[in-house]
Design a protein around this ligand. Structure first.
Ligand SMILES: [Zn+2]
Length: 212
């Protein structure tokens, strides 16, 4: 899942508006921010296997550190713990931790049964990606709801060109990944997946205008 995670971050901003959108997007996408780093370090692995699901050609056969349920809980504890230490707000820290773990839940809905609960399995996955129309329906609906919540929360006025550019960019990346050619190899994929880090400074900049 991709736009579905962004949707949760937008909804999170509505639930805890004092937190920067950058922090929210980092929380819901933390596992995918870490994943290319672990791929490049040779600690996790992915294969390009066109046809493995209808929606994505990627075979996520080894990603226990970033994408196991226990891993996600551990990353959530680190992320929310860091927030708690610096901002001393337990409610927000819990919401951010839930944001991190929501990534695992949504991936378990999208992926085929390759998402580990513990690092060595068992593996879960409801396989939403086996249907392109169902994937698009679920993710685009979530994205629309997330955007509506964000806008209604005062998060996107006319001045927020940067915010809308970011949302357009994410949509283009999403459709490019869904309908474009598969990446040539796992290493190229890992390097291009690092570009997701751009979202953090971009969201921070787009969210700087104070909310009402
Ligand atoms: Zn993921």
């Amino acid at each position: 899942m991709f736009l579905g995670h962004i949707a949760v971050g937008l909804a999170g901003k509505r639930a805890a508006p004092t937190v920067s959108l950058a922090t929210w997007l980092a929380s819901v996408q933390l596992l995918d921010l870490l994943w290319p780093i672990f791929l490049l370090a040779g600690l996790e692995h992915v294969r390009i296997a066109p046809g493995i699901t209808r929606f994505t050609p990627l075979d996520f056969y080894d990603y226990p550190i970033t994408h196991s349920l226990v891993g996600s809980v551990g990353w959530a504890a680190i992320f929310a713990g860091g927030w708690m230490l610096s901002r001393k707000n337990g409610r927000v820290a819990l919401l951010l931790a839930a944001g991190v773990v929501s990534h695992w839940v949504l991936d378990a809905i999208s992926h085929r049964p390759d998402v580990p609960v513990l690092p060595g399995g068992p593996y879960v996955g409801l396989g939403l990606w086996n249907s392109v129309p169902a994937t698009l329906a679920v993710e685009l609906t979530m994205f629309a709801v997330g955007l509506t919540l964000y806008v209604r929360g005062g998060g996107a006025g006319r001045r927020r060109v940067s915010f809308w550019l970011m949302m357009a960019f994410l949509t283009i990346v999403y459709f490019g990944a869904a309908f474009g050619p598969p990446p040539p190899d796992a290493r190229t994929l890992a390097w291009s997946a690092l570009s997701i880090w751009l979202l953090v400074p971009w969201a921070w900049q787009a969210d700087r205008i104070p909310h009402p």
